[in-house]
Design a protein around this ligand. Structure first.
Ligand code: ZN
Length: 277
């Protein structure tokens, strides 16, 4: 299955981090003018601003608030740091509610000073400690599995199966999953786990970009759609087969693109979204 070509921008959303050099006010104005329909707001873009007002500005510009990025980073060897992480996640949930974002994306975290099994247990405990707060705020938490190259320090949740299993164990209406092609494209079980994720009602978000070869920076060298080796249309077809009708969220961290004119970058995002996604 190769999936259908996208023919318009009705399901195009962009993460503010993608155009990091732009302040959020600029991003809102430029995305809206470009016909982008959704925006995922990174917490650092909100710094010094009232999230209620930012949420209103987004809606006034005709955009949907897709999500708030990001919470997580639960594991820590020290109890005090784990408690601080839970408090910070509750603040993120409150910010999402103020912004009007239906969910918070979780980059779950890992502490290289302890075994992965400990980090994984602390992630589960940390998420469990936030779920009632999320329910009260009417905000969901979306577990985003990260590529295993980040297992030491960014996320001990590295496959969609782990994320689905975690949702199975916690069984909470405010918990789901974010599927990011950058992190998951290599997984031989991906088609099956996407189907499982959809059938279980966990699938909240779909993030797109591409994997460059060689990748010169572990964090900030993502490619535009079609620049790399990810079978984007195939994976999107698996996602849509579950009944998912949410946004295709473009999330590109790129030192290369951040150094260039962001209007040109936005034009390239639109071009490659239609040609390659
Ligand atoms: Zn992502």
């Amino acid at each position: 299955m190769t999936g259908n070509k996208l023919t318009d921008f009705s399901r195009l959303a962009i993460h503010t981090i993608t155009t990091k050099p732009w302040a959020i006010e600029t991003a809102i104005a430029r995305y809206a003018a470009a016909g982008v329909k959704g925006i995922t707001v990174w917490r650092q873009a909100l710094e010094g601003r009232n999230p209620v007002l930012v949420g209103q500005a987004i809606k006034n510009a005709g955009l949907s608030v897709v999500s708030l990025c990001r919470g997580g980073f639960f594991p820590a060897f020290d109890l005090k740091n784990r408690q601080a992480a839970i408090a910070d996640n509750k603040r993120a949930i409150d910010e999402a509610a103020a912004l009007g974002a239906p969910y918070v994306v979780l980059v779950c975290g890992a502490d290289p000073g302890q075994p992965l099994a400990d980090s994984r247990r602390q992630i589960e405990d940390g998420i469990a400690a936030c779920l009632d707060h999320a329910r009260a705020a009417r905000v969901k938490l979306a577990i985003e599995p990260l590529h295993p190259m980040y297992a030491a320090d960014r996320s001990a949740i590295n496959t969609l199966k782990q994320a689905n299993d975690l949702c199975d164990r916690l069984q909470h209406p405010n918990l789901g999953v974010a599927v990011d092609v950058y992190h998951l494209w290599w997984d031989p079980d991906l088609e099956h786990e996407i189907a499982r994720c959809g059938a279980s009602g966990y699938l909240l978000a779909f993030h797109i970009c591409d994997w460059l070869t060689p990748t010169v920076d572990m964090l900030n060298d993502r490619g535009l759609m079609g620049e790399g080796c990810i079978p984007l249309r195939t994976i999107r077809a698996w996602v849509e087969k579950t009944g998912f009708t949410g946004f295709n969220e473009v999330e590109i961290f790129s030192n290369r693109w951040w150094a260039q004119d962001q209007d040109r970058f936005l034009a390239e995002i639109k071009r490659t979204y239609l040609e390659c996604s």
